[in-house]
Design a protein around this ligand. Structure first.
Ligand code: NAI
Ligand code: MG
Length: 357
């Protein structure tokens, strides 16, 4: 089994070092690890934020662990040379259309949530966001109308196969989360009362449901979903939605949990490896230039991203659960970074997780 580590910019290398230590401690048989350059670091060394050799390394791997990209020193560069192009380029070149963003409350952190503790304590949900379509990728332009007014437009579309493949990912995720005799639940979020793309979305999700009779399906309009996420997040299990709505709802869900430094994500495509589904795994936060080099970043989102890679791409569910338990236990024991009102540094948090593995 082969994996690629792309640490990137800012706090990327600092948090990646801690994930690498956890990986080493697991001592996976036959594991080969490659390391590649991305982002501003790659631009400085190779003249491009996503060098060909990095892309080739990702293609040859069973999974990619990605730190973060973004570097204020690159602000003046043309758009296609900016560090952020590395992550966008990897997602599209590797066909990673399904973005999984789990959010769950860790024991002991309820009082740090933006929500009331008794409400926050109920959060255990997974947002499945479509990543390769929607209004982000449609034709876009600004033009001047005959009467001289300027107009901007972005074309929103979804083809049925694009909806169907993300629906399958979401239904399977819901099946995987069924437990204790309770069936998996999937809530599809759209705006079908106004948008044709959403009507098609809803129709295709309902059709796809026929393959998953054991999953309970519901539908919700996105405006209501935004409200319900804050009012009663405990009602959600798996949420599936389009690129635009998923972008917004997943950021909202993350803040309900306490810190951006705790949230991991997976971007999956259709390619199967010998051990699972090929994917790219990264914290949902960026390169945090404001705290880079200080050794104060929380490495937990990075370590939890490694756990997701173990689960989805490497077929190591037990190791994934082990890593997640070690992180939970570390938090429950009160080891917390600056982002959670504590004093532990990056290395100290990483060591504390290692000690509990
Ligand atoms: P950011 O997520 O990097 O930082 C937002 C705030 O959260 C900052 O105050 C930061 O210090 C804090 N923070 C983030 N991660 C943390 C951690 N692990 N521990 C403790 N505190 C943490 O977002 P921002 O500042 O908007 O963007 C910085 C750069 O990152 C930009 O260049 C942006 O384009 C890039 N970016 C890259 C992403 C990626 O690589 N996938 C995703 C989001 C932003
Ligand atoms: Mg976002």
């Amino acid at each position: 089994m082969k994996i690629a580590l792309f640490a990137g910019d800012g706090i990327g290398p600092e948090i990646m070092a801690e994930a690498r230590a956890v990986l080493a401690a697991l001592d996976l048989p036959g594991l080969v690890v490659f390391e590649g350059d991305v982002g501003g670091a790659a631009y400085r060394r190779h003249g491009h934020p996503l060098p060909q050799e990095t892309l080739a390394m990702a293609r040859a791997a069973d999974g990619v662990l990605f730190g973060a990209v973004g570097d204020p020193a690159c602000d003046g560069l043309e758009r296609h040379l900016r560090p952020e192009q590395a992550i966008l380029g990897l997602r599209s070149a590797l066909g990673l259309f399904a973005n999984l963003r789990p959010a769950r409350m860790f024991k002991g952190l309820e009082s740090l949530s933006a929500l009331r503790p008794e409400i926050a304590g109920e959060i255990d949900l997974l947002i499945v966001r479509e990543l390769n379509g929607d209004v982000y990728f449609g034709e876009k332009a600004q033009r001047t109308l005959d009467d001289g007014r300027r107009q901007g437009f972005d074309f929103m579309s979804y083809a049925e196969d694009e909806v169907r493949r993300i629906a399958h990912v979401a239904f399977r995720a819901a099946q995987g989360r069924a437990r204790g005799g309770r069936s998996g639940r999937l809530c599809s979020v759209d705006k079908a009362n106004v948008l044709e793309t959403s009507q098609l979305w809803r129709d295709v999700v309902i059709e796809t449901h026929a393959d998953y009779p054991d999953v309970t399906l519901s539908h919700m309009y996105v405006d209501n979903a935004a409200m319900q996420l804050v009012r009663d997040p405990g009602q959600f299990d798996v949420v599936v939605t389009g690129n635009l709505f998923g972008d917004i709802l997943s950021d909202q869900a993350s803040m309900c949990v306490g810190s951006i430094g705790l949230l991991a994500s997976a971007a999956l495509g259709e390619r199967q490896t010998a051990f699972g589904t090929f994917g790219l795994y990264e914290p949902i936060h960026g390169s945090a230039p404001d705290i880079a080099g200080q050794g104060s970043a929380n490495p937990m989102a990075m370590i939890l991203s490694l756990a997701m890679m173990l689960r989805h791409s490497l077929g190591r569910e037990e190791d994934a659960a082990r890593v997640e338990r070690a992180v939970s236990q570390t938090l429950a024991d009160g080891v917390r970074g600056d982002d959670l009102g504590g004093t532990a540094g990056t290395r100290e948090i990483g060591d504390a997780v290692l000690a509990r593995l």
